[in-house]
Design a binder for this molecule. Sequence first.
Ligand code: AMP
Ligand code: ZN
Length: 109
Amino acid sequence: MSDCLFCNIASGAIASGKVFEDDDVFAFKDIHPKAPTHVLVIPKIHIATLADCDNPAMLGMLMDRVRMIADDVLHLAAGYRVVINVREGGGQEVFHLHIHILGGKKLPF
Ligand code: AMP
Ligand code: ZN
């Protein structure tokens, strides 16, 4: 979607702090980090919210990439938090599905 911020980041039309990319996903540093490591993982195809995705293979692929990126790219061996905000009530501000990976310190609940 040409008017979607994260579609434009995934395509490279808007610059970002890329940490990983493959055919299916793009991962980049959050511009307002809430932890020493704060990375967003997005599918390259436009899906507005988690609630709009009824594709188990897609969701499984995304979680597998999150696990791999946290371990192999971000080296968060001590642990990390995974967050998906869903729609306005869940605090979602950008309507392209994204998974937050937060780590680098002991996170309070
Ligand atoms: P959410 O509230 O779950 O929709 O999270 C959206 C996240 O996107 C926020 O943590 C923002 O700081 C982050 N964000 C917004 N614009 C950018 C950008 N251009 N580059 C990187 N992160 C961004
Ligand atoms: Zn999009």
